[in-house]
Design a protein around this ligand. Structure first.
Ligand code: 26V
Length: 812
């Protein structure tokens, strides 16, 4: 790359002059970002091409990871890290008067995702490339990503995310790789001489899918994979011809606009399936463009179709891209003249599916009429899949009407995407052990009984390169100083740190780094929000999407309770606490928005009351995003993972925080169960109902929130403050809805039931934190076990068990 700093400085100055007509003296930070981007693209180009050529030459099996979301965040720092250029570039820039951190901030934070599912996809790409595996992402290049969040009067306000208004230096538009995607129209069939049926799609609307390729750079190796983001463009010839026929130019513009909507914005609701036509269009757009492109790449190998399943794996990230199944069937049968059986065998052997949620309101189903009119040929194929599937069930379970009706893909006028995904793929996985068990034993039991071999678990992971090496470089350096650098390539070896759990010096160094991170974070908060934080206090962090089941409300009620206690006894013996929140609520999720308002109100009361000021602070940071997470996580002491047990499929924030030495306060839910298993009860604070208990309450209806409210004075006092005159309600009805959800609607998420146990766990933390040696040891033990949660481990499992690809192409 660059042999030394001087070489880099020279190349950088030349870039500034040649491309931006600026000198080092006149260049701004934006100029520096653009020049650096351009310089790196040049360095990347050849390797990227070579990776592609290597894959073709070796005829390597390619994995295509289809996802409606890739929450990639900023790429500059990470790309420099993976290219092993971070040191040279940051020092070189410093010599020239630039601060790399400031230059990094000039890049938009690419928020092409909602939360966990989208960020997981981004971590997976990093691991695939870093392990030298041939895996690529297919997604949508949304013009507007996840909305920007602002608080006005404590309420969330959404602003459009114009991420492309700043230059995104990493993408390359590739019009020569465009494909066409067809909607609507009619399908006719005809018979050939041998009696074979042929289908012809006509009168359709056609759009162009234009790929924008983003390089995915492996860590310190020779691999650069591709994230291919598709953008829609109206097919001008087609559109003009149609408009001319109708002799209406107004129609032409209208029509063009309506087509271009497809890649306009990311749906910002990850909790409620709405059945919106535009969303269905987006899903098919991604699927059709991606499958056509994958098929085209396969055909360039010149192999027979029977080799497809050995050379291509199509993975669907949740059910959103489930139409990969009928789309591949369509291409194989209609374009490649294959018979049903052969096409079906190839399709099911190539497709695999990950389930990310058991929340029934988030499960996708589409009205039959909508699918039929928008995608007539795809609908026919889904119908046929359904018929053949029901037929085979009939043979296996004759007379069992109920079972067949429950398993059917099409029922009650709806197409059930989870059913389609299970029937049309060879592997279905959950994202943590507990989640997979719940799928197998409850949510998908009947499918598990039918296809037991298809179900498997792949516990989620996160990339330790972004979340430890880049976000918390001092900690990464300390680890390397202590155990050597092998953990970087083999994060499981972080367990070598366990040998130092009683080493005073190592423990003190961990504490010093945490303290410095907390100070850096506190200065940033002061500079941006004007709030002073005490870096000696416990930094208690709750960062994730705002959802009822994630129970930010439980945390909020606890803060109200603490506030009340201090007000009653201002000399209360407690360790000072800073509660830090970050969360976006879906625009239409009214209840979640009320909880945001409540937390902001609590912050306002607490932060302006001198009686509690030395003990309590509450900060709700606006616009939680990947880059904000990178700031908060290294400074966290406590990691709040307090979902209602059984509801959080895995969680991945829990892993990021643990890897940075925060101690989890959590329910036995999702991957918390596996964190507990690894670190042991002394190094995690668990509380509350178990998933079995929760599920049993739901089944029996035996829970009474009202009873707790009536019998527990502390619960009642705190909950009443939501509506009675109090510092928080100020006598108006702002929080009536929250009160009602707890007291009158039987507290769906068991907040009141778990309240006492949560308070007790928090008290234990307050106590344990006082002995720094004891606390630091917990931090070390958490860091040491976090290697299990590197996405490298997760991807190795997907590679060997699901995709059947090996590290044969590992080039170091
Ligand atoms: C659902 C929907 C449904 C309505 C349309 C838009 C939309 C967008 C996304 C989703 C999926 C939500 C599922 C999800 O993000 N699950 C999270 O996945 C994480 C990665 O596996 C996991 O750690 C979290 O526990 C899980 O909630």
């Amino acid at each position: 790359m660059f042999s030394d700093k001087e070489e880099f400085k020279q190349a950088f100055s030349q870039k500034l002059e040649a491309e931006l007509s600026k000198t080092v003296k006149t260049a701004t930070e934006v100029d520096a970002y653009r020049a650096l981007g351009s310089l790196l693209r040049e360095k990347i180009g050849k390797k990227w091409l070579a990776t592609d050529q290597r894959y073709v030459q070796n005829k390597e099996k390619q994995v295509y990871y289809f996802s409606m979301e890739f929450l990639i965040g900023r790429l500059l720092g990470n790309n420099l890290l993976n290219m092993k250029m971070l040191g040279i570039v940051s020092e070189g820039l410093q010599d020239l008067g630039f601060d790399l951190n400031r230059v990094e901030e000039e890049e938009s934070d690419a928020g092409l995702g909602n939360g966990g599912l989208g960020r997981l996809a981004a971590c997976f790409l990093d691991s695939l490339a870093s392990l030298g595996l041939a895996g690529h992402g297919y997604g949508i290049r949304y013009k507007y990503g996840m909305f920007d969040q602002q608080f006005i009067d404590g309420n969330q306000v959404e602003l459009p995310d114009l991420w492309l208004s700043r230059e995104f230096v990493w993408e390359i538009r590739r019009p020569e790789e465009a494909v066409e995607v067809r909607f609507r129209g009619h399908v006719s069939s005809s018979e050939d001489e041998e009696g074979g049926l042929h289908f012809d799609h006509h009168d359709y609307e056609q759009v162009q899918a234009i790929p924008y390729d983003v390089p995915v750079i492996g860590y310190n190796n020779e691999t650069i994979n591709t994230l291919r983001l598709w953008s829609v463009e109206a097919n001008m010839d087609d559109t003009i011809r149609k408009a001319a026929k109708q002799e209406e130019f107004g129609n032409f513009l209208h029509h063009k606009r309506s087509l271009e909507e497809i890649s306009e914005f990311l749906y910002p609701d990850d909790s409620h399936e709405e059945g919106k036509r535009l969303r269905l269009k987006q899903e098919y757009f991604l699927v059709s463009a991606g499958v056509q492109s994958a098929v085209r790449t396969f055909e360039q190998l010149g192999l027979p179709w029977t080799a497809f399943l050995e050379k291509v794996a199509l993975h669907i990230n949740d059910t959103h891209p489930a139409m990969v199944i009928p789309e591949l069937m369509r291409i194989l049968m209609d374009d490649k003249q294959m018979g049903w059986e052969e096409a079906w065998e190839i399709t099911t052997a190539s497709v695999s599916y990950t389930n990310h949620t058991t929340l029934s309101e988030a499960l996708e189903s589409w009205p039959v009429d909508m699918v039929r009119s928008l995608l007539p040929r795809i609908f026919m194929i889904i119908e046929e899949i359904n018929e053949r599937f029901c037929q085979s069930l009939w043979e296996q379970y004759p007379g069992e009407f109920d079972r067949i009706a429950e398993l059917a893909i099409i029922a009650d006028g709806q197409v059930k995407m989870a059913h389609l995904s299970i029937v049309g793929s060879h592997s279905i996985n959950g994202v943590a052990k507990l989640h997979t068990e719940i799928l197998k034993k409850r949510e998908m039991k009947i499918f598990h009984d039918t296809f037991p071999d298809r179900f498997n678990n792949k516990t989620n992971g996160i990339t330790h390169r972004r979340w430890l090496m880049h976000a918390n470089n001092p900690l990464a350096d300390l680890i390397t100083d202590t155990i050597g650098e092998h953990w970087i390539d083999d994060p499981g070896r972080l367990t070598d740190l366990l040998a130092y759990q009683d080493d005073r010096e190592v423990l003190e160094r961990i504490q010093t780094i945490k303290q410095q991170n907390k100070e850096a974070f506190a200065s940033w908060v002061y500079a941006t929000k004007g709030i002073t934080l005490d870096p000696q206090s416990i930094f208690d962090v709750h960062i994730k999407r705002l959802h009822g089941y994630k129970r930010q409300l439980l945390n909020a009620l606890h803060i109200m309770h603490l506030y009340n206690r201090i007000k009653m006894d201002p000399s209360l013996d407690m360790t000072p606490r800073t509660f830090i929140f970050g969360a976006k609520a879906a625009q239409s999720y009214h209840y979640a928005k009320k909880i945001i308002k409540l937390i902001n109100t609590i912050a306002d009361v607490v932060n302006n009351d001198p009686v509690v000021s030395g003990k309590l602070k509450v900060v709700f940071l606006e616009n939680y995003s990947v880059s904000l997470a990178e700031r908060i996580i290294p400074a966290a002491d406590v990691s709040e993972q307090i979902s209602t047990a059984s509801k959080e499929a895995s969680g991945t924030g829990n892993m990021k925080l643990m890897m940075n030495g925060a101690v989890t306060l959590g329910t036995m839910d999702g991957a918390n169960v596996e964190i507990h298993e690894l670190v042991g009860s002394d190094n995690i604070y668990t509380f509350g109902l178990s998933s079995e208990e929760v599920l049993e309450y739901y089944r029996s209806g035996g829970y009474s929130a009202k009873q707790i409210y009536e019998t527990d004075d502390i619960v009642r006092q705190t909950v009443d403050q939501l509506i009675h005159y109090s510092p928080f309600s100020k006598g108006d009805t702002e929080f009536q809805e929250i009160y009602d959800s707890l007291v009158h609607h039987n507290d769906e998420f068991f907040v009141l039931k778990d309240f006492r146990a949560y308070v007790a766990a928090q008290q234990q933390i307050d106590f344990d934190y006082r002995d720094k040696q004891v606390w630091n040891r917990k931090c070390l033990i958490n860091i040491a076990h976090a290697g299990k949660f590197s996405s490298d481990r997760t991807i190795q499992e997907y590679a060997s068990d699901i995709w059947r690809i090996g590290p044969g192409n590992m080039v170091k």
